[in-house]
Design a protein around this ligand. Structure first.
Ligand SMILES: NC(=O)c1ccc[n+]([C@@H]2O[C@H](COP(=O)([O-])OP(=O)(O)OC[C@H]3O[C@@H](n4cnc5c(N)ncnc54)[C@H](O)[C@@H]3O)[C@@H](O)[C@H]2O)c1
Length: 249
């Protein structure tokens, strides 16, 4: 259960899992800050929220100045941020460790870790003042395990799980909960771009999934809503795998 009129802030909300989760927050009764580096995509998600209150914002999470300005814009519009879904991230180029450039390693860490850190920090500041709030960070099954050619992505998602624990430990006595979700392969534009087309994506990844299928963005959104609401009120520092059994192998 989510308080009606609460304010949710979603990063990378122009596509895939972020978009579905922004829609889910709105259906749950939240006012939603729909942020993305791609303002047109943020605007499209916002337009899909028919009767809810929504604030589309251009936000590149790797820019400290933009992160601070985006939180200020939401606070000035609605006076509160109750829920952060710290979702923006990229997979990076498939490349073995010994061949990876410094630029590629830094690019993925900068977005998936430093960007998430900046958004989490701004959310914690306002949530500590309010004495309540929830943060859900975006990890991945690659935060628990790894695969070929994914050193930078694996490193970044392991870091997100550590960041979630460290923040949750400090935030718990202040009424703020910090958790993470760790999806398995989910059918979004990110994975489509990685695989090339839908059939290649399914053929390549489905055999690793005991359920015999890939995830859907709305299945991740449902978990984010649960971790953001009172139904999970005693859960903090946890990373929830949503992976059709992938990690059981
Ligand atoms: N799809 C999967 O299989 C899967 C699995 C596990 C984890 N994830 C994670 O879920 C998150 C979302 O992935 P998705 O599959 O929905 O991807 P997606 O590509 O469909 O959407 C990502 C969104 O992030 C935005 N974005 C990119 N760089 C940004 C930046 N610097 N600042 C703000 N926004 C930026 C993009 O414009 C896009 O709208 C990522 O962190 C990803 O690592 C995805």
């Amino acid at each position: 259960m989510i308080e009606q009129g609460a304010v949710a802030f979603v990063t990378g909300a122009g596509s895939g899992i972020g978009r579905e989760t922004a829609l889910a927050f709105s259906r749950a009764g939240c006012r939603v800050a729909v942020t993305d580096i791609d303002m047109a995509a943020a605007g499209e998600t916002a337009a899909a929220i028919a009767d809810g209150q929504v604030l589309p914002l251009k936000l590149d999470v790797t820019s400290e100045a933009e992160v601070i300005a985006a939180f200020e814009a939401v606070l000035s519009r609605w006076g509160r941020v109750d829920h952060l879904f710290n979702n923006a991230g990229i997979r990076g180029q498939a490349c073995e460790a010994h061949e990876m450039s410094e630029a590629e390693f830094r690019r993925v860490l900068d977005l998936n870790v430093t960007g998430a850190f900046l958004c989490q920090r701004e959310a914690l500041r306002t949530m500590y003042t309010a004495g309540r709030g929830t943060i859900v960070n975006m990890a991945s099954i690659m935060g628990f395990t790894t695969g070929p050619g994914a050193l930078q992505y694996t490193t970044s998602k392991h870091a997100v799980i550590g960041m979630t624990k460290a923040a949750a430990f400090e935030a718990a006595p202040r009424g703020v909960r910090v958790n993470a979700v760790a999806p398995g392969t989910t059918e979004t534009p990110l994975m489509l771009a990685h695989a090339g087309d839908v059939q290649t994506m399914r053929d390549r990844y489905t055999p690793a999934y005991p359920m015999g299928r890939l995830g859907r963005p709305e299945e991740i959104a449902d978990a984010v809503i649960w971790l953001s609401g009172s139904a999970s009120s005693f859960v903090t520092g946890h990373t929830l795998a949503i992976d059709g059994g992938y990690l059981l192998r």
